[in-house]
Design a protein around this ligand. Structure first.
Ligand SMILES: Nc1ncnc2c1ncn2[C@@H]1O[C@H](COP(=O)(O)OP(=O)(O)OP(=O)(O)O)[C@@H](O)[C@H]1O
Ligand SMILES: [Mg+2]
Length: 262
């Protein structure tokens, strides 16, 4: 079982008057984050970007599992990993994960390479993406609280015409907003020049590394947070068998690099 509140403390590092604002805050499931922000607003779209192995898929799983703990309806759209590997990673974190998927508490929509596609090359049209996603969302039958797309990059690669990614992305974002669901989307890498995905989402998180001498430290950066008074954050990110958790970054890692990222 993931130790969700690892690193958390009763002392909050943000202005607690934020909690009383007219915003429903969503806990995105990363351990210890509640010490630094009250959550992110319900119904918003959050993008998590990072290089391979930085923790995007684990963040997606923790986001969904937090929803389950809050008795919410959750959908996980996978475009890269197959449902089997998603379940395998989920089971490492929570012994009940497979059962949650099998019982339909967590709905996995399969857009990965092993899904049944019309094209024999496992590429997909924009219409087919929308059809499969909408079918998956409808099958939940009722309110949907949390949706994951892991990852947008892989979804773009699977399109027969990659130029149609913008249309697919806009359409999915619109459908998620109409449902009032909070969406966590992942994407590969941190581009030198921000792309359309970064501008269109409400909140942007980078999972990155910072090098100091020979030591590499994982970092979690809340880079943008639209329409709420949340300050950008840079936190130390830890990946352990219990999942991701954040804590205060050592002061020695903050200076120049830190400023260039925020
Ligand atoms: N049970 C675990 N205990 C400790 N570390 C783990 C565990 N499971 C995964 N990891 C580490 O977490 C890292 C992040 O995994 P994750 O699959 O979330 O990365 P990702 O950003 O989604 O990568 P990709 O871009 O390849 O999809 C892995 O590279 C691995 O080092
Ligand atoms: Mg991944």
């Amino acid at each position: 079982m993931a130790r969700k509140n690892r690193g958390a403390s009763a002392l909050k590092n943000y202005d607690e008057s934020l909690v009383s604002k007219n915003i429903t805050w969503v806990d995105i499931g990363i351990g210890g984050l509640d010490k630094f922000i009250p959550g992110l607003p319900k119904g918003d779209a959050i993008l998590v970007r990072g290089e391979p192995g930085t923790g995007k898929t684990i963040s997606c799983l923790q986001f969904i599992h937090q929803g389950i703990e809050e008795n919410e309806q959750c959908v996980y759209i996978t475009t890269e990993e197959t449902p089997r590997t998603i379940v395998r990673t989920g089971k490492e974190l929570w012994s009940d994960f497979e059962e949650l998927v099998e019982s339909g508490r967590i709905k996995i929509v399969n857009l990965s390479i092993n899904a049944a596609f019309k094209s024999e090359f496992a590429l997909i049209t924009k219409e087919e993406v929308v059809e499969i996603v909408m079918k998956g969302l409808k099958s939940v039958g009722g309110r949907i609280d949390r949706i994951v797309v892991d990852s947008l990059s892989s979804l773009g690669r699977r399109l027969i015409d990659e130029n149609e990614f913008r249309q697919v992305f806009m359409r999915l974002l619109l459908e998620f907003k109409n449902l009032g669901a909070t969406a966590l989307l992942s994407a590969e890498g941190i581009p030198a020049t921000p792309d359309i995905t970064e501008y269109l989402v409400d909140h942007l998180i980078y999972l990155d590394y910072v090098k100091s001498d020979v030591v590499w430290t994982r970092v979690f950066i809340l880079r943008k947070s639209r329409s709420v008074p949340l300050k950008p954050q840079i936190l130390k990110l830890n990946i352990e068998p219990e999942g991701l958790y954040v804590e205060e970054i050592p002061i020695s890692l903050k200076p120049v690099w830190f400023q260039s990222r925020l």
